[in-house]
Design a binder for this molecule. Sequence first.
Ligand code: PHB
Length: 400
Amino acid sequence: MRRFTSRRLAPACLAVATVFAMAGASAQPAAPAPAAPGGKIKVGFMLPYTGTYAALGTAIENGFRMYVQQQGGKLGGRDIEYFKVDDESDPAKAPENATKLVKRDQVDVVVGTVHSGVQMGIVKVAKENNTLLIIPNAGVDEATGPLCGPNIFRTSFSNWQPGYAMGQVLGERGLKKVVTLTWKYAAGEQSVKGFKEAFEAKGGKVVKELNLPFPNVEFQALITEVASLKPDAVFVFFAGGGAVKFVKDWAAAGLKDKIPLYGSGFLTDGTLEAQGTAAQGLETTLHYADGLTNPRDKNFRLDYAKTYKLQPDVYAVQGYDAAQLLAAGATAVKGDMTRKADLYKAMGAARIDSPRGAFTLSKAHNPVQDFYLRKVDGRENKVSSVAVKALADPARGCRL
Ligand code: PHB
């Protein structure tokens, strides 16, 4: 796991070059309409390739491409053509960026994104155009809640899910007083909401909810405030480059052995090499872990390490499964992506043989999946137990 070190710079530059090359290519005169049988299936990646979530976007794309490669480069009998947009984790640019893929490039499917705020813009554009959307990370609850739709699918999680799982774990351990700390946007806020729902149902109390703007990493004042509140524990949501910095700052402040730190598993996924000793022993909940024993995971990890010279993480799994879900639909319609009703029906009914363990989708198209309790040991988020089995997001407000 080297993606936060300088050794990752060469591939990162290559990725950026590809983005520009592709942007240039697709700025040519109007692209042909979405492919009918015979042509290529057009896949539009809208992901962060710069900023605090850059490594997450790359891992998702890597996972997706690896599955397609394993199928000989074809899904539903058709070749795949890729288009890319760097969304920069910037919600303000999301509608325009999504529209580029949908209208200019006329993609058959948008695969995106990581950031919950950006996701809201993509969902809007996908709904307006009845474009197939597969969300390979962003947990924004609305996408499989009030904004759910026949063409909107997710292979990751809702923000509520991993938070809820950790709330259950800490509630069952009998903790009483917890402070939360997150970035102030949907991912952080909704994680805390899920955590609080489960934790307070078991008799605990969230005594203070602290936050800072995304993607700010000036944690010092907030860390001092947490310490002054003397809670039984702190629950956080941070991810990517910000998670690396937070875990190091927490340890440097001398709090690692004083106040137990818990989080949704993004805190320590894809980040352990950069976090080093600061992360050792941290416990988190997530729908993926190191040390799972299913054969699918074993093969996935071997192939990923061989292909990318990297260990995979949860983001790579979610990208891989986005391709698997698309394959289920494309196979059912024999590559005819214009048969939308049949495509959506087959995808909704799919059982995905994921490295995380097999999962199905809820009626709102969000994974119904096990959440693992994990503990950092060396460079691994080692599975300790299943914290909550087959956890389904409540999909409040979804009418499908
Ligand atoms: C989100 O914005 O929904 C988000 C971002 C990064 C993560 C998880 C969730 O690791």
